[in-house]
Design a protein. Sequence first.
Length: 236
Amino acid sequence: MKILFSLYLLLSLAINIMATGPSYTHAGIRPIAINDKGEVLCRTRFIQNPMGGHYYQDIEYGVCVLTADTIIYSRMNILMQEGFPSDAEREAQYNYWESVYNSPYDAEQLSSVEYAITYKKDFRKIDVSTYLRNDTISLSNFKSKYNVDLRTTPQYSLYGGKGFFEKGGRECYDENLEPSTAYAVLEYDFGNILLINNEVNDFSCYGAAFDYVNMFGGEDIGYEYFRVTGVVFRKE
């Protein structure tokens, strides 16, 4: 019994050491091109830390196409944080893939996955800056301007994540306050497709909490922090 109890203490200590921070999901969607149908080509970055451990997390880089009502996702690479011969090698790979994620559309520098999608979907318009907004707007004004109530309309993100301002997780504002005090950050406006920047943590709280599954002990405990690009499919 003493041996079992000692093993239990060691296991509990190990879990507490690893889970010293909040769990989080980061899901970035970055537009780079648009076609004549209004579909949007984006680069993506996806990270999840289910236990809040203070160690390197695997990072998944990919591309997606936003259609009138769907996110079509394709993976490009998973940057595994284990197995690198040195921290310098890991940092070099991280810097490379971050440069890919943040780079503009370049027909001469497309990955095989991006090229196949570009050829099939005929993405030609590569200047998406005209659709960039970065507007901070109250939910009431958002509803008036876009005919979308973000308190009841879902936002969608990578891997089927769905977010609400008042459902599926911790709220970002006091529900007793007037609706005009709650706000959203609109990143891009493509007319039928809106991209919302959601950031929920102890220091910044604007946007929606998402319903990504985080199973622990047979129960979905969800995630505590979010930095997620949400997609609203708007019916004009």
